[in-house]
Design a protein around this ligand. Structure first.
Ligand code: HEC
Ligand code: HEC
Ligand code: HEC
Ligand code: HEC
Ligand code: HEC
Ligand code: HEC
Length: 446
């Protein structure tokens, strides 16, 4: 009988498609389970603590890079010896006087000290009386850290660089592809079901209703004058809003982050290595401009730092990439690894912040007198891989802060008197920058 045949073909088709789908989804998702051997490896990594007791290796790394990296590396001899595992070479108490003032120890005739001095071509190590015992402990904890393996998700390439390791987990693309296939399969199934149902209906003599002719929606809309009026008003208002927004944005470069000739990362220097902003932008304390450091400042450290450590590489930027950027610095100053060749070429940094010429802004007034942190105006610079403009630098932005920020009076004799007079006039304890005259046009406009 015809009916029975039809019935059979429905269930067969449905069962086939279901089976196909199920097999497929099982095979694709079974790969997603993590490899079992990952766990013991992770456990051993955490089980190797820093040997020096009471030291914080993270704080130590920052101190090391800021003070010691100019002459020492962990695994390579530079001006001074390689320092990894140095705690095994001397008694613990030996380090405090040595780091505080090594020359004094050599003069005093300490056997270890004299021996070291002679072994290292009688180079003199800088004295660090400012480092506390805790600081030294932290640095030693850092030098005691075992040599790091490539960070998770990265593997070491033949040339010593790092590249993302995709072998372990299955990539997102594969999962996406699988999902697409499953969807496609569902669509095909629906098509079959629809097909079969129509056939059944026909076989049973049921009429499938044809679609009615309807007025197209846009014609219906055009006939309704009220609707047309309301929507045109809405359209006008909306576009006005966007045009206004666009016009107000002209000349505002918030988030501007140009590509610089050398990929210089504030995250690596000011962040992980804890270098003070004012070491490089020293002019910010005393003058109108913060200035960009000259390449000599870079070479104070980079004469000895020709490559980044393995752990500095990220999935976006490999160690080879960062090392290549340091090479660019060397090419610019004409450094061949041992001496200056005299062949220099300036690095053309792209200027990011730029107020119009008619506005006057002074760094020292804000940084030194008002004691405002750089980050207040420039954002979390120590996290920027690429420098950008954080604040809008509009007049409204300057004025808003002048209205909200109290003037720092402590320890400023000049202000004590002004403060007395003005606070009486305004009847307040604290004065904002605005009350001191920070909203007068002439203060900011020439
Ligand atoms: C100006 C270069 C310079 C700087 C900066 C420097 N050192 Fe040294 N360091 C040396 C030299 C050179 C020696 C070898 C001894 C000598 O010649 O006086 C040395 C030796 C040492 C030793 C003994 C190493 C051994 O093998 O026993 C330790 C420990 C040490 N430095 C720690 C530090 C620490 C910690 C810092 C940072 C706070 C630092 N140094 C900064 C140049 C430097
Ligand atoms: C080791 C040197 C160094 C240190 C430390 C440093 N900077 Fe910079 N800074 C630079 C260099 C080089 C540039 C120019 C390249 C660039 O824009 O990335 C720059 C650019 C900038 C700019 C953008 C300048 C422009 O063109 O408008 C700002 C803002 C800035 N730094 C703020 C900071 C702050 C805040 C800190 C501290 C958290 C800091 N810097 C620490 C070297 C340094
Ligand atoms: C106080 C020391 C110091 C100064 C000054 C310094 N650097 Fe560095 N720089 C480092 C250290 C340390 C590293 C390696 C960081 C690591 O491996 O974690 C580094 C890494 C780098 C790198 C590779 C990572 C990156 O940021 O792309 C470049 C490029 C670089 N420096 C350029 C510069 C330039 C340009 C200047 C001058 C404006 C400069 N450095 C000044 C200490 C310094
Ligand atoms: C009150 C806000 C404010 C503070 C605080 C501030 N800056 Fe700026 N900074 C600005 C403005 C505004 C500009 C743009 C100046 C211009 O174009 O004339 C600027 C520009 C810069 C530039 C570009 C070069 C230049 O001198 O024009 C650097 C670099 C910079 N700042 C670094 C710093 C550092 C480092 C600190 C902390 C020591 C700091 N700034 C603190 C607002 C600030
Ligand atoms: C984060 C807050 C802050 C921002 C943003 C800021 N200022 Fe200021 N500004 C201050 C404070 C606080 C003082 C008072 C400093 C003092 O004690 O003299 C001040 C003082 C001044 C003065 C001196 C006023 C006087 O009475 O002599 C000028 C000029 C000035 N700012 C210009 C600007 C300009 C231009 C901008 C925007 C590009 C700006 N400031 C952005 C906080 C800010
Ligand atoms: C705290 C500093 C400050 C004070 C006070 C100040 N201005 Fe401005 N003004 C600025 C800055 C910064 C800009 C540049 C804004 C930009 O580029 O978007 C600016 C821009 C302008 C512009 C150009 C239009 C624009 O938005 O670019 C005019 C006009 C102007 N100011 C007038 C005044 C007048 C009038 C006063 C006094 C009532 C005054 N300003 C007080 C900082 C100030």
């Amino acid at each position: 009988m015809k009916k029975v045949g039809n019935h059979n073909s429905i269930s067969r088709k449905i069962i086939y498609s279901l089976a196909l789908m199920l097999t497929f989804s099982f095979t694709s998702f079974s790969q997603a389970t993590p490899p079992a051997e990952a766990t013991p490896a992770a456990a051993t990594a955490t089980a190797a603590p820093a040997a020096a007791a009471g030291g914080d290796a993270v704080a130590g790394k920052a101190l090391f890079n800021a003070n010691c990296a100019a002459c020492h590396a962990l695994d390579k001899k530079m001006t001074g010896p390689a320092l990894r595992g140095v705690t095994a070479r001397h008694a613990k108490d030996w380090f405090y006087p040595w780091i505080a003032n090594s020359s004094a120890m050599i003069k005093a005739g300490d056997a270890d000290a004299v021996k070291l001095f002679n072994e290292n071509n009688k180079s003199v190590m800088t004295a660090f009386p400012q480092l506390s015992k805790q600081d030294v402990d932290n640095i030693l904890a850092y030098t005691d850290e075992p040599k790091p393996e490539a960070p998770k998700g990265l593997v070491t390439t033949d040339d010593g660089g790092l590249k993302p390791d995709n072998a372990g987990g299955i990539s997102n693309n594969v999962i996406l592809g699988a999902l697409c296939l499953v969807l496609l399969m569902l669509v095909i199934m629906l098509f079959f079901v629809n097909n079969v149902l129509t056939k059944v209906a026909k076989a049973n003599g049921i009429e499938v209703a044809a679609k009615e002719e309807r007025l197209p929606i846009w014609k219906a809309f055009a006939k309704n004058q009220f609707l047309v009026l309301v929507s045109s008003i809405f359209l006008l208002l909306a576009s006005g809003f966007f045009v206004y927004g666009y016009l107000m944005q002209i000349g505002i470069d918030q988030d501007y982050a140009p590509i610089q000739p050398i990929h210089y990362s504030h995250r690596i220097h000011a962040g992980s290595n804890g270098i003070d902003c004012k070491y490089c932008h020293s002019a910010a304390r005393v003058s109108k401009n913060a200035g960009i450091p000259s390449l000599n400042v870079c070479m104070n450290c980079h004469k000895n730092i020709s490559e980044v450590s393995d752990t500095t590489a990220t999935p976006e930027h490999s160690k080879a990439f960062y090392d290549g950027e340091i090479k660019k610095l060397y090419a610019a100053v004409g450094w061949d690894g041992a001496k200056y060749t005299g062949k220099t070429s300036p690095v053309k940094w792209v200027r990011i912040h730029n107020l119009p010429d008619f506005a006057y802004f002074n760094h020292s007034q804000h940084v030194t007198v008002a004691g405002i942190e750089c980050q207040k105006c420039h954002g979390p610079v120590q996290e920027y891989e690429i420098q950008k403009q954080f604040a809008p630098l509009t007049m409204g932005w300057c004025i808003k802060c002048h209205r909200e920020t109290d003037v720092k009076m402590e320890g400023n004799a000049y202000y004590t008197k002004i403060h007395e007079e003005l606070s009486k006039r305004y009847g307040v304890d604290k004065l904002t920058a605005a009350q001191m005259g920070g909203t007068e046009c002439g203060k900011c406009h020439y």
